[in-house]
Design a protein around this ligand. Sequence first.
Ligand code: ADE
Length: 264
Amino acid sequence: MTLQVDVVTIFPEYLAPLGVSLLGKAQERGLLDVRLHDLRTWTGDIHRTVDDSPYGGGPGMVMKPEPWGRALDAVVAAGGPAPAPRLLVPTPSGRPFTQEMALELAAEPWLAFACGRYEGIDSRVLEHAGDRMRVDEVSLGDYVLAGGEVAVLVVVEAVARLLPGVLGNAESHRDDSFAPGGMEGLLEGPVYTRPPVWEGREVPAVLQSGDHKRIARWRRDGALRRTAQRRPDLLAGLAERLDDRDRAVLEQAGFDCPPGAVAT
Ligand code: ADE
């Protein structure tokens, strides 16, 4: 199956990285079909205007509804593997984009992205689109980018690597930090490869021991410590999945364990 992705933007060249590396190969192999569209194609004036000043005043500019309305009509009319795509609109005021959302989007046949610039797109565009397709405003995080294009690169890469056949076995996403059943919501700990000594620094002996049970325990300890240090918010949701050893590791790392652990 192919995932069709339509992207409407005033900077199609910004999306060029979608043709490189893993996603470039996915496109060559027919697993991903990216179609870029220049919003200015659907402007109606000689200056190809896409923005105007905001009603109610304030700084910046707002993207005009007419070019967006025509652009989305054209994307739907050109067709895809469903009657309409699922529309994603990157914006710092959207719902946080997560691995869970990436998994959900990877199950869709057709995604469309509307890249806003300036202060965003006239709200009526998304309301109107909502009459015929599912529309989600998504945010990458609590910071402000110059436009939605980079967010599209992030979302499409996170989704496409989950499509069957895109990753080889060696790069499998099963163990990803945020994959259900993978690292179980823990951050991945440190990793090493050859040589065994580099710049006087040794690879931890346990990793060279061949004792898979000890290695798994050591990795889990590292994941717990790192998560406690960098993302204590993730541990709060794991209380009932921590065993006695987990709690001991966390307490040693100076982390106040959430109550409710069950020994496993
Ligand atoms: N556009 C501008 N900032 C953004 C953000 N943080 N996430 C998604 N889209 C954006």
